[in-house]
Design a binder for this molecule. Structure first.
Ligand code: ADP
Length: 496
């Protein structure tokens, strides 16, 4: 008789790197300062990490500048660059268990999610862009007159990359993949909540053969280390993923140097369920949409629009499913939902739950803290939500779903689009024509039809409106790391 063994609980990972990675060297911050990174499941300190600031960014930019201006990276055979990126992906894959555990420890996400989701997607992204390295080429252009005109695609230079804490490894891959393929060099600042895996990946990049100075990682805080990256004249381009408020600060600061910017920001994405949908799939999709990564997704389907004729029965299903979700230890392979990343996020989400109740929405399930240690919040569903309530307008970034009822198509589209954001949307229906019609009318960078959170390295991702500009992933994701140079050659014979 077959016996069922419980899935193995991963061992606590070793912490190898806690210092800054500059010019291929591990170094403490110039100031000697460190900061604590916390395990959000236990509130215990995991490690002291070097607190970089402007002085360290100065050294990192110098190294990246030298590597770009004089080093081998932008000059080597493009196919060799691709091979090194592929080797980095292979080294990450070799350490997948260890990296998944480290990601889970620092961020709180279930280790099974990191293992099956974040890291495979990161590998896919690196391998996809490795393939681009030797396929970046210009055009020949038939201009008027006796000229030969062609374009060259050249790397933009030193890229400053500032990333958030919700998908630490994946965000590194989204940023490094296209930058490395293009031949750029990098100064990266991971989020202060989750610095550990980016440092580990820097070590693996070095092992893979990325030359010194090409990737520099400065851990530290936004207003010091982050701002120093944005302000430094040696940085040619800033790629930022995070909040709209921070993006505004970055834009103002970068204005003085007309720095190239790409932003991937927040959202309040509509997830629309029509009465003719496969309701089992739609209910599962509603859960993925809001609960993936503890609700800490910029593309979370946080506004669930449900057609009136199925509203009550469908919502009952979503509520029941929410109650079944197991919240707890992210290292337990059976856990669906871990803690929020830190106390600030926990407090912000609990504030929105209170606001929802005060504004008159019905808290159909959840709404409370789980346990008294760690930043755990119950999967929460609000019904009777009105469009003007804060929980229907503002990004909560937690496991809190707002359900809205609709009856008329034009009214639905107007309400779905009545937001300053435009990152993602989804529609659930069996009617093909309706699906494409709604996909066309929604003002969002990604529209999923009968699915949610389907990502692929080849498919561009990014926002309309205040959800950002520029795209990541796919061919579009390479563009921000390239300049176009036009070369025009006279074909007139030089006079003797
Ligand atoms: P969140 O609210 O999700 O933490 P933030 O936009 O504050 O989002 O943070 C995203 C990233 O931006 C983090 O790495 C953070 O340290 C960095 N950051 C925050 N403030 C600034 C700033 N003024 N300049 C540059 N980077 C910043």
């Amino acid at each position: 008789m077959a016996t069922v063994t419980a899935p193995r609980r991963p061992a606590a990972p070793k912490i190898h790197q806690t210092q800054l990675f500059i010019d291929g060297q591990w170094t403490p911050a110039r100031s000697g300062k460190t900061f604590e990174t916390i395990n959000p499941a236990t509130e215990e300190v995991i490690a002291q990490v070097a607190e970089g600031d402007a002085a360290d960014v100065e050294l990192a930019v110098r190294a990246a500048r030298k590597a770009f201006d004089d080093g081998p990276w932008p000059r080597m055979n493009a196919r060799e660059r691709g091979r090194i990126i592929l080797r980095l992906a292979d080294l990450i894959e070799e350490e997948i268990e260890e990296l998944a555990a480290l990601e889970s420890l620092d961020n709180g996400k279930p280790v099974s999610d990191a293992r099956a989701g974040d890291i495979p997607l990161a590998l896919d992204c690196l391998r996809y862009y490795a393939g681009w390295a030797d396929k970046i080429h210009g055009q020949t252009i038939p201009i008027n007159g006796n000229y030969f005109c062609y374009t060259r695609r050249e790397p933009v230079g030193v890229a400053g990359q500032i990333i958030p804490w919700n998908f630490p490894i994946l965000m590194v891959a989204w940023k490094w993949g296209p930058a490395l393929a293009a031949g750029c060099t990098i100064v990266m600042k991971p989020a202060e909540q989750t610095p550990l895996t980016a440092l580990r990946l820097a070590r693996l990049a070095q092992k893979a053969g990325v030359p010194d100075g090409v990737i520099n990682v400065v851990t530290g805080f936004g207003p010091t280390a982050g701002a120093a990256i944005v302000n430094h004249p040696g940085i040619d381009k800033v790629a930022f993923t995070g909040s709209g408020e921070t993006a505004q600060i970055i834009m103002r600061q970068a204005a003085g140097q007309l720095k190239r910017l790409t932003f991937e920001l927040g959202g309040k994405s509509p997830n629309i369920v029509f009465a003719d949908a496969d309701l089992d799939a739609a209910a599962a999709g509603a859960h993925v949409g809001i609960y993936l990564n503890q609700g800490q997704c910029c593309c979370a389907g946080s506004r669930l629009f449900v057609e009136d004729t199925i509203h009550d029965a469908f919502v009952a299903r979503v509520v029941e499913g929410s109650r079944q979700r197991r919240v707890g230890d992210p290292f337990d392979p059976g856990t669906h939902q871990g803690p929020q990343v830190d106390k600030a996020q926990f407090d912000k989400i609990m504030g929105y739950i209170e606001a929802g109740k005060k504004e008159g929405a019905t808290c159909a399930t959840g709404g409370k803290r789980v346990g008294d240690r760690g930043f755990f919040i119950e999967p929460t569903v609000f019904t009777n939500v009105k469009d003007e309530m804060a929980i229907a307008r503002e990004e909560i970034f937690g496991p809190v779903l707002s359900v809205l009822k609709f009856s008329d198509m034009d009214e639905l589209i107007r309400r779905a689009n009545a937001t300053t954001f435009g990152l993602a949307a989804a529609v659930w229906t069996r009617d093909v024509a309706k699906a494409h019609d709604v996909a066309r009318r929604l003002r969002a960078g990604t529209v999923w039809v009968n699915c949610y959170d389907v990502f692929d390295a080849a498919a561009p991702f990014g926002g309309f409106k205040q959800s950002g500009f520029g795209r990541e992933l796919g061919e579009r994701g390479l563009e921000p790391y390239l300049e176009t140079k036009t070369v025009t050659v006279s074909l007139d014979q030089p006079r003797a």
